[in-house]
Design a protein around this ligand. Structure first.
Ligand code: HEC
Length: 193
């Protein structure tokens, strides 16, 4: 019994002594690397592997990537889209009528049934909706509305223009091309031929 008390006394003294130390002394650390991992700043340089953590993995597809149209929202993007973008949608009755239905849902309330800029939205902000078949007033690309190319129209739908908001989040890429097809086939020369 006495031996047990003695053992307990020795253990208590050891525990008591080992817990002494300065306030900042963490005591014995079994695996210091686990307690003290190197702190990395978000988007900072990765000091462990030396690799830059900002680089996306090979083959990563950026959010909002369009497989048939990659022009930015700038004027240069708009102009080069007009020069080079090609509508990948086949011109046939089905696609034109799909485009017409989509136009009715997303554009007609401002641009009007025949594209004359006379939609049902009545607000001073939307008073200057251009006519699609206007052949006089030059637009940003130095062409009148009736001569806008597919890339110009797709760009306007995607990124918007002043009072017309961007429609990229509401209408997918294929649908935007179908609307573009419909605008070019049916509205740009409406009443002119
Ligand atoms: C909220 C009203 C509104 C809606 C909805 C709208 N537009 Fe517009 N759109 C406008 C206005 C206003 C302008 C003229 C902007 C300017 O000239 O500053 C315009 C301009 C345009 C232009 C000319 C762009 C250029 O390059 O000059 C095109 C093309 C066009 N819209 C297509 C569409 C299509 C297609 C849709 C449907 C997907 C659509 N818009 C939906 C209001 C609208």
């Amino acid at each position: 019994m006495n031996k047990l008390i003695l053992k307990l006394a020795v253990v208590s003294v050891v525990v008591f002594l080992s817990s002494c130390g300065g306030d900042s002394d963490p005591g014995y650390e079994f695996m210091p690397n686990m307690y003290r991992s190197p702190s990395l700043e978000t988007y900072g340089e990765n000091v462990i592997t030396g690799l830059n953590a900002q680089l996306p993995v090979d083959g990563t597809i950026p959010r909002g990537y369009l497989s048939t149209f990659n022009y930015d929202g700038s004027l240069e993007g708009y102009l080069s889209a007009g020069n080079t973008a090609v509508n990948p949608i086949e011109k046939n009755d089905k696609n034109v009528s799909d485009g017409k239905a989509l136009y009715g849902m997303f554009c007609e309330h401002c641009h009007g049934k025949t594209g004359a800029g006379d939609g049902t939205i009545m607000h001073p902000v939307y008073s200057a909706v251009p006519h699609y078949n206007d052949d006089k007033l030059k637009r940003r690309c130095d062409l009148p509305m009736c001569d806008l190319k597919a890339g110009h129209i797709f760009h306007a739908i995607t990124y918007g223009l002043s009072a017309m908001g961007p429609h990229a989040s509401q209408i997918n890429e294929e649908e935007r091309w179908k609307i573009t097809l419909y605008v070019q086939e049916e509205l740009q020369h409406y009443g002119q031929n």
